[in-house]
Design a protein around this ligand. Structure first.
Ligand code: SF4
Ligand code: SF4
Length: 244
């Protein structure tokens, strides 16, 4: 087990909007709920690139959401990402490709080779039930004040999360922080590369998230289904007021 928590996946996931035209159950960005974080501005993207350049860190850029093609400046973000990476093969677009407009945008991205369009995120038939169903079961609600991060941490497979509020070490971290409002996003990219900061940040984030811990009887008994997803107290308290 690697005890370092700084980013190693060399990916940065730009959540240019958390708004989505689909409502998938168990969405790990909670895009079936009213958006809690404003869309990214082009300045947010430029700021990320500047800080990254200062650190001499050149991650692959994943343009994601929500549904990223809903952002009216989608192509401007792509331009900034191309200037940053210098190579459109180092940029991925993760879209649900559901609407006619999204399809058209993705065709243009492919035709002009502006980025790689990920096939795995396309949902031609609309909303789905995502397989991972334990994210909203906060370990702290079950007496666990600490847990190891899962593979969604940037020390493993996924990218860091980038959004209009800041950066986290887990790809879903910005979304988690959006709803639980713990102030865990930082505007200083350098923090993510500080071993002590990264460890504390990871501990603070992962004790709120049950992803990859599975669902036990105890969790079933002490949780509720909200919007089709199982949630424990920390999540229920945060989400219920939003859906009334
Ligand atoms: S399409 Fe993606 S972002 Fe939208 S609700 Fe489904 S999983 Fe979430
Ligand atoms: S916050 Fe959740 S999804 Fe992210 S690394 Fe921790 S356990 Fe995994």
């Amino acid at each position: 087990m690697n005890n370092s928590y700084i980013p190693r996946s060399n990916r940065a996931e730009w959540h240019i909007t958390y708004t989505c035209n689909l409502k998938c159950t168990h969405c790990n960005r909670l895009s079936f709920l009213p958006t809690q974080t404003p869309d990214m501005s082009l300045n947010n993207a430029e700021e990320f690139c500047n800080q990254s350049n200062n650190l001499k860190w050149k991650p692959k850029i994943v343009i994601v959401g929500g549904e990223p093609t809903l952002h009216p400046q989608f192509f401007e973000f792509l331009k900034i990402a191309i200037n940053f990476t210098g190579d459109s093969n180092e940029i991925e677009v993760w879209s649900n490709g559901y609407s006619a407009k999204s399809k058209k945008i993705l065709e243009k991205v492919k035709d002009q080779q502006l980025a790689v369009v990920a096939d795995g995120t396309i949902k031609n038939n609309g909303s789905i039930i995502q397989p991972a169903n334990d994210l909203y079961l906060a370990p702290i609600d079950f007496g666990m004040n600490y847990r190891l991060p899962c593979w969604c941490h940037a020390k493993e497979l996924c990218g860091i999360s980038v959004d209009s509020i800041g950066y986290t070490l887990c790809a879903s971290g910005g979304a988690i922080d959006s709803f639980l409002k713990k102030g865990l996003r930082t505007k200083n990219l350098l923090n993510l590369f500080n071993e002590d900061w990264a460890k504390q940040h990871t501990d603070d984030l992962c004790k709120l998230c049950g992803h990859a811990l599975g669902i036990s009887k105890e969790k079933e008994n002490n949780s509720k289904i909200i919007c089709g997803s199982r949630m424990s107290k920390t999540w229920i308290d945060a989400i219920q007021p939003l859906i009334k």
